[in-house]
Ligand binder design. Sequence first.
Ligand code: ZN
Length: 206
Amino acid sequence: MALLAVSLFGCTRDRDAPKEVIFFVAEPKPGFGFSQAELVLALEEADRAWRRGCSDYPLPTLRFRPSDLAEPVIRDGRNVIRAVTGRFCPDGARDTSDCYEARRAAITHSYPPLDGTRADYVSRFPEFDIELNGADFRWKELGREKLLAILVHELGHVFGLKHSCKFPECDEEASRAVMYPYPLESDRTLLLSPTRADCDALARLR
Ligand SMILES: [Zn+2]
């Protein structure tokens, strides 16, 4: 789930588009249930799912590097992926009213360009930070497939996609997409790779 609308940089304007995006993956606290190495492997698998599933669309290369740093989630020029344990709140939250919605399994933050360029599909976001909710979600118990499903969804935001529909106004096709707003909804078939609807959404960003 994304806090902000995100946009594509891979397919729209190749002249400006970064060919490679490096994410720094912070080491999760033990309570998260998956190690840093397991998280990196899952991210790489989620990335491959997009390339396999939407092979007709050029996507920037994503790299996932383990980091020993705390990796704050702020606009600092570094793309960060980190698991949040304890409370699912931004850094510096004063009280629970500053925290994120507990039912969000993850949030992708995108930062518009500082030069005031409109961050729509003809522009690009220069930075993304992804936070995984390890406070309200017990990932070890949910299992690796559910982690993978949420990572595929969040990388969809990085590639520029918005949600496939506005809940609850979701038709059948939008409900089956990876970019459905609640990928881990209990009565839903878990999706581990993009559908035709997701790939078509990528095409529409051109
Ligand atoms: Zn989302």
